[in-house]
Ligand binder design. Structure first.
Ligand code: NAP
Length: 255
């Protein structure tokens, strides 16, 4: 039970938010009073997520947005700002793909491009797109990953795309504060129970070894990423910008 109204009268946009971590972030922000705009690539997933939340008495609006499609991002901006008459307070960039598993140097160019386009470049472009449409003292959060601290095969380039988000967080934190006092932070989840990571936690026997490397010896739940993300988006984090928060049950990330 969430008992807070930190986002009353605030508008929040969360990308890739019809399932998993994104959907949990939407739920949390809405429970705390935000008007939330959800999106993902498929209309049927947008409709389903809206319905799921409606069953929980949570009302959100949704639109299709494949984050690496310029036109879709433009539509998302228009939809979220009701054609530019309103501004947005919170932007969470959550989309990622991992289309390759193997030795990093074996990756094809098309796979490299897809990873960088969705996981990294689109996060930058979303900030460019929303820059003029954010309220003063707004907040941006990039969803990265603990693997960004130690990218290696079989998902080496996915990890590198997540490392790049750490740098982007710093670079844009300076400019967005200067521009409009908008804070920019990053969340690096550990292993969280979603469809995306099923290959890691799905087989209990195979997961045993990995589990031993997590101090809180279990995978996390999406709402355990949603709560710290909401914190970073809220005025409770008013003196935090340019930071990455690892939320991974104590698994090895950095010192
Ligand atoms: P998930 O449960 O598989 O959900 C993925 C969501 O992203 C879906 O709503 C999907 O809907 C949407 N999506 C996929 N590609 C998209 C695109 N190009 N544009 C817009 N929406 C897109 O994944 P998740 O585990 O919640 O992952 C969310 C984020 O957390 C990712 O950035 C991931 O790297 C990060 N993360 C996850 C874990 C983990 O263990 N789960 C760990 C570290 C970091 P459609 O299919 O309709 O597009």
């Amino acid at each position: 039970m969430v008992n807070s109204t930190r986002f009353k009268d605030k508008t929040a946009v969360v990308t890739a938010s019809t399932d998993g971590i994104g959907l949990a972030i939407v739920r949390r922000l809405a429970q705390e009073g935000a008007s939330v705009i959800i999106s993902s690539r498929l209309q049927k997933n947008v409709d389903k997520a809206i319905e799921t939340l409606r069953d929980e008495n949570i009302s959100v609006k949704g639109i299709v947005c494949h984050v690496s499609k310029r036109e879709d991002r433009g539509n998302l901006v228009k939809f979220s700002t009701q054609n530019f008459t309103k501004k947005v307070d919170v932007l969470v960039s959550n989309a990622a793909v991992s289309p390759f598993a193997g030795a990093t140097l074996d990756m094809q160019e098309s796979q490299f491009d897809k990873i960088m386009d969705v996981n990294f470049k689109a996060s930058f472009q979303l900030v460019q797109d929303f820059k003029e449409h954010m309220n003063e003292y707004g907040s941006i959060v990039f969803i990265s990953s603990y693997v960004g601290y130690n990218p290696r095969q079989p998902i080496g380039m996915y990890g590198v795309s997540k490392t790049a988000l750490f740098g982007l967080t710093r670079a844009l934190a300076y400019e967005m504060w200067e521009n409009n006092h908008v804070r920019v932070n990053c969340v690096a989840p550990g292993i969280i129970k979603t469809r995306f990571s099923y290959v890691i936690w799905g087989d209990e026997e195979a997961f045993k070894e990995t589990r031993r490397s997590i101090i809180i010896d279990r995978p996390g739940q999406p709402d355990e990423i949603a709560a710290p993300t909401a914190f970073l988006c809220s005025s409770d984090a008013s003196y935090i910008t340019g930071e990455t928060l690892v939320v991974g049950g104590g698994l090895q990330s950095h010192l």
